[in-house]
Unconditional design. Sequence first.
Length: 345
Amino acid sequence: MNEESHETMQSEHLDRPDTAGDGGATSWPGAGGAPRRPGAESSNGSARRSDDGLTDGLSDGLTNGGELGPTGRPEPHFPEPPPLTSHGPARVIAMCNQKGGVGKTTTAINLGAALAELGRKVLVIDFDPQGALSVGLGVNAQELDLTIYNLLIERGHEIHEVIVPTRTPNLDVVPANIDLSAAEVQLVGEVAREQILARALRPALDEYDVILIDCQPSLGLLTVNALTASHGVIIPLECEFFAMRGVALLIDTIDKITDRLNPRLQVDGILATMYDSRTLHSREVVRSVVDHFGDQVFHTVISRTVKFPDATLAAEPITTYSSDHSGAGAYRQLARELIARGGAA
Ligand SMILES: Nc1ncnc2c1ncn2[C@@H]1O[C@H](COP(=O)(O)OP(=O)(O)OP(=O)(O)O)[C@@H](O)[C@H]1O
Ligand SMILES: [Mg+2]
């Protein structure tokens, strides 16, 4: 499906409840508007989350001796967070970008695994009919009778029926398979069709610290459901020339959902992926992303390495497939950075 048809679907879903079509809700925290910093509001009532934002850390001098990181800014040190003494309520975070192949699924798997290593209880939701997240975590979703599809469409199911443990301790998955491709059409006629995932997740919120939703590359009704169910969004951007294409539309969608469906939703960060430090091009892309979005860009950058597809083939997170590899280290740092920003407990 091309970007134009995503745009049509997206505006259909979002413009119906409110025909004002103001189009003016495009302000972006890093581009002049008031930053919606993770942790700035206790939207899910979690009192243990720190309000200390990343910029505060920088001004306190918590940097690695002022050394510039790959994003061209002094890179802070992200300490290992203290273990949690109790679990829940979960903060729900969607991995979202309607552009395909930017690292959404890879980030959901590996950020999830890195948070799980830190003792956080993590649930990842496969919300893409391609089922890549399920496959990447070793779940053969094509053979399952119950997946996220049944939870969304059929009455009488409860999320615990579809949660599958993975081989990684503290990391569970709700799988998806191709059945989910029918859900988009089937949900259109439902009452409160944008809130169906949020309602389905509710019974699991108290057991997990973080729930990560792997969105499909579209801004259709499934993605609107994911954003409506979330507290935060992580936007992976591939370090290539057209990285920023479509980001304005994504931000517009997030703003509309914040206005109309889910006021607590905030952008947790933009993640540069498939970075190649040897190319000027990669460095320039990251610099222009930072110029546009400022502190919304994670200091952590994910380098391009064949270890990620290799780990997917092995159906394991990189943190166990190649624990000492720098790619595993990068997702561990991302987990610590997310926690330091208040994006996870
Ligand atoms: N940092 C990386 N370096 C090299 N390859 C990567 C990296 N991250 C992801 N990949 C590979 O790129 C491909 C696309 O990544 P991924 O599936 O995570 O993207 P996606 O945004 O979820 O894609 P889609 O939009 O199709 O769901 C996969 O084959 C994955 O293994
Ligand atoms: Mg994917």
